[in-house]
Ligand binder design. Structure first.
Ligand code: SF4
Length: 372
């Protein structure tokens, strides 16, 4: 990995910490960085090996983009950077980030944490629970060995003691050593996106195998954290209806159900311009060769019958959890909620309430265990 630091970012703690352990080049600015004259899809791949520490001027705390067309969970984001060294064929960042490279905001300790602290304080005073994630424009932990952003945030949770959960979404494996650095805290949710091994192997380059993700989840639980899983995107292929239920079974047999905050479900969807970029970068991928319709949010998605078939393959196991685990849909409507999850959900607000309740219990759990 090549590391570049903007001149104006040099004095920030994160940059200073990284310089101590890694060779880095100083650049005038990311904006003026001279990329090779290569087609954009190729630059995306080159950019996955270049990390830029940037003096960020925007908001660190924001709403998850979600969509107005389907129910979403009204999640909040702590925006720590953009880009991911892993390489999934369906990743929307290939399209959304119009400039290559992995970017981390070097001033997140000096500017990001105080901004976050203000928001957490306001919400705690109003007794409003927050669900905050960092994995919207990046994998929360893929660059952890270099930047330690999640470590900084986990320690910050201990210090600030917010009425909020922090969800760290990832596809990497984590070691026993990693977890042993922290105090137990059920408000910290380590979340893995999951797929059958076949999809991981062919469509999620550089990510950890399913078994390693589940082993990591077990370690997280052992060290006093909560876990979550995201079946997102669920991808259709010949054995999908057989193999997705096996993944769900494995999860439920790996960790105690009361340590799972939630499990989300969402089939593949993508903005139509992603297909050309992804097929150029992944000539062997077959995921875009299905039939798709344009959804109400303008994104391509499977026909409702196929989506229903895929979700229904999990229904029997979901029913067997007898309400002990909270399942939710990412971007589905009323009909699917009722048919598959047996829940009468008629608004995004209800999805938010459902997940806020889980989050609140995790915060109380922390208090019960004698948290500060
Ligand atoms: S892990 Fe997530 S952010 Fe990284 S390439 Fe895959 S989909 Fe994109």
């Amino acid at each position: 990995m090549e590391i570049f630091i903007e001149e104006s970012a040099l004095s920030f703690k994160l940059a200073q910490n990284i310089i101590k352990s890694y060779p880095a080049k100083i650049i005038s600015s990311y904006e003026n960085f001279k990329w090779e004259k290569k087609p954009f899809p190729e630059l995306i791949s080159i950019g996955k090996k270049r990390l830029f520490l940037i003096h960020y001027k925007g908001n660190f705390f924001r709403n998850c983009p979600g969509t107005k067309a389907y129910f979403c969970c009204r999640y909040k984001i702590f925006h720590f950077g953009e880009g991911c060294p892993l390489d999934c064929s369906y990743c929307i960042l290939q399209l959304y980030l119009n400039r290559p490279g992995l970017k981390i905001w070097a001033n997140l300790i000096e500017d990001g944490l105080p901004e976050l602290k203000r928001v957490l304080k306001e919400h705690k005073e109003k007794k409003q629970v927050l669900r905050i994630g960092t994995g919207e424009f990046a994998d929360s932990l893929a660059l952890e060995s270099i930047c330690n952003v999640s470590e900084i945030l986990i320690n910050f949770w201990q210090e600030v003691n917010p009425l909020a959960v922090l969800e760290l979404k990832t596809k990497v494996a984590l070691s026993e050593n990693y977890f042993s650095k922290f105090y137990p805290d059920p408000r910290i949710i380590f979340a893995w996106s999951v797929n059958p091994e076949k999809i991981i192997k062919y469509e999620e380059k550089g990510t950890a195998p399913l078994e390693k993700r589940l082993e990591s989840a077990k370690k997280a639980v052992k060290h006093g954290f909560t876990v979550a899983f995201h079946f997102d995107p669920i991808i259709f292929y010949e054995d999908a209806e057989k193999e997705y239920p096996l993944v769900l079974e494995k999860i439920l047999n790996s960790v105690p159900l009361n340590k799972i905050a939630w499990i989300s479900l969402g089939t593949l969807r993508y903005p139509k311009d992603l297909k050309a970029i992804a097929e150029n970068r992944f000539p062997k991928t077959k995921i875009y060769s299905q039939e798709f319709i344009e959804g109400l949010d303008g994104k391509k998605r499977y026909f409702i019958d196929l989506r229903r078939k895929l979700y229904n393959s999990l229904k029997k196991i979901i029913d067997e959890t007898k309400g002990l685990v909270t399942f939710y849909f990412c971007m589905e409507g009323e009909r699917m909620w009722e048919e598959v999850l047996g829940k009468k959900i008629t608004s995004s607000f209800q999805v938010k309430t459902l997940l806020d309740e889980v989050a609140l219990n995790l915060c109380y759990d922390k208090t019960k265990k004698g948290g500060n």
